[in-house]
Write a protein that binds this ligand. Structure first.
Ligand SMILES: Cc1ncc(COP(=O)(O)O)c(C=O)c1O
Length: 435
């Protein structure tokens, strides 16, 4: 058991600011959380990595704002870097962090990537219909219509693996699908959070934490017709999704990683008594270095690393190389050092705070007005750079989260190093909204 040090308390605060926490989880620490703790933003650090801004804006000057754009060279370099960091373990691409079918399909042609991790069963059906042949749905589904669609097609049934974390989930699936349904491929989501005394470091998802709990669920699945247990998933959110912003965070991540490595081995051994496991998934963009070392995992997961939004700027293990942006136009100039852009209030999900707001990155030296922030249809920006901007000029922004940017736009413009532009639809542009 790790003792609760002052460092741990700060860590708890950081992790819970990042993900939100259940109520009453950390009464011991809640009062110790300094109000000022934010995941820090370092705008100058971010700007150093936007080397290509003028090229991107020139290449897309014919597009109407607002629009989203991808620096394709940066994205493919990021893909290579994810593969390098995965240490030879195949990466399942997390579709929620992309939400552009053509990009997902291209990533799946690259060495080092294998299979898609989708976020909804309806999406998984659609991906299979569009040629993706191995889809793990990473979150439980109670979508009756999507289950009906799953059973209509043998290819979908053979290609899709559904996530569960309780017997109740199996009962609900049976009630939605009717007993006697064809066998569904099943994966158990194993809670990979780090428990330190009363503190729960990580996300609140699966109730299955211990080897015994996992074994009991596996045994119950084995006895139940209509389900075939093929996999385990271990998502280490408190490692993969938390930037290295302080020594306390690093200590927490190291300890959590060691604990998870040990527990994962025991869970796999226990569950293997009841199932032939072919899929053992773990990690995310932020933890490939550690999960890639665990030979018990058959695959890793990653998506955000391709776009590298601002929430991934401060990890020790890799350099941010932003590839995704959106462009807004200046439509007013209320003062010599203030410009107002049309649109831009694309706030990311998670606990509300400064780190969820898009960042103006080009031209350098622009910031929001504290009184307005990123607005629904008007986003005023102040700073020295505003003085040289005129109505009609464009400002480049980075989103805080990867796939969420694509929910704001019907298409994205892929910009090549030579300056050619390819327009591809986002899920939204294909008329798809999977939640
Ligand atoms: C189950 C699961 N695996 C992996 C990831 C990692 O995705 P990304 O690489 O986009 O951070 C996530 C992100 O939330 C997740 O929920």
């Amino acid at each position: 058991m790790v003792s609760m040090t002052p460092g741990t308390i700060v860590t708890v605060a950081l992790v819970e600011r990042h993900y939100g926490s259940g109520t009453g989880e950390c009464a011991a620490t809640a009062t110790c959380v300094p109000q000022a703790i934010e995941l820090p933003r370092r705008p100058t650090y971010i700007l150093e990595h936007v080397t290509n801004a003028t090229h991107l804006l020139e290449a897309t000057s014919h597009l109407q704002t607002p629009f989203a754009l991808i620096d394709s060279e940066a994205m493919w370099r990021n893909a290579q870097d994810l593969v390098r960091r995965a240490n030879g373990v195949p990466i399942r691409v997390a579709t929620k962090s992309i939400r552009v079918l053509s990009i997902i399909k291209t990533v799946l042609t690259l060495d080092g990537f294998q299979g898609a991790m989708s976020y909804s069963l309806a999406e998984a059906n659609w991906l299979v219909d569009n040629g993706v042949d191995d889809v793990l749905v990473a979150y439980p589904s109670v979508d009756a219509e999507a289950y009906r669609e799953l059973f209509k097609d043998e290819k979908r049934l053979n290609s899709i693996t559904v996530m569960v974390d309780s017997i109740e989930a199996l009962e609900v699936i049976d009630s939605l699908c009717g007993s006697g349904h064809a066998p569904i491929r099943i994966c158990i989501d194993v809670d990979s959070s780090f428990k330190v005394g009363p503190a729960h470091l990580g996300v609140r998802r699966s109730p299955i934490h211990s080897p015994r709990q996992a074994k009991n669920l596996a045994a119950a699945i084995g006895e139940r017709p209509g389900f075939k247990l093929v996999g385990l998933m271990f998502y280490d959110a408190q490692i993969a999704g938390v930037p290295d912003t302080s020594p306390a965070v690093r200590v927490m991540k190291n300890r959590s990683s060691a604990e998870l490595m040990r527990r994962r081995r025991r869970v796999i051994r226990a569950v293997s008594q009841h199932a032939d496991l072919t899929l053992i998934n773990g990690g995310g963009t932020g933890s490939l270095e550690t999960t890639g070392k665990d030979k018990n995992l058959t695959e890793l997961a990653a998506g955000s690393g391709l776009f590298t939004p601002t929430l991934f700027d401060e990890y020790d293990a890799f350099e941010p190389n932003p590839s995704s942006f959106f462009a807004l136009s200046v439509v007013r100039k209320p003062a010599p050092n203030i410009v107002t852009c049309f649109a831009g209030g694309y706030i990311a999900s998670g606990p509300a705070g400064q780190n969820r707001v898009p960042t103006p990155v080009w031209p350098e030296g622009l910031e929001y007005l504290g009184t307005e922030g990123a607005g629904e249809v008007q986003s005023p920006l102040k700073g020295k750079a505003a003085e040289s901007l005129a109505i009609g000029d464009r400002v480049l922004f980075r989103h805080a989260k990867a796939g969420e940017m694509c929910e704001r736009f019907n298409q994205v413009a892929l910009v090549s190093p030579e300056g050619s532009v390819t327009i591809v639809p986002t899920y939204r542009g294909e008329g798809k909204n999977f939640g």
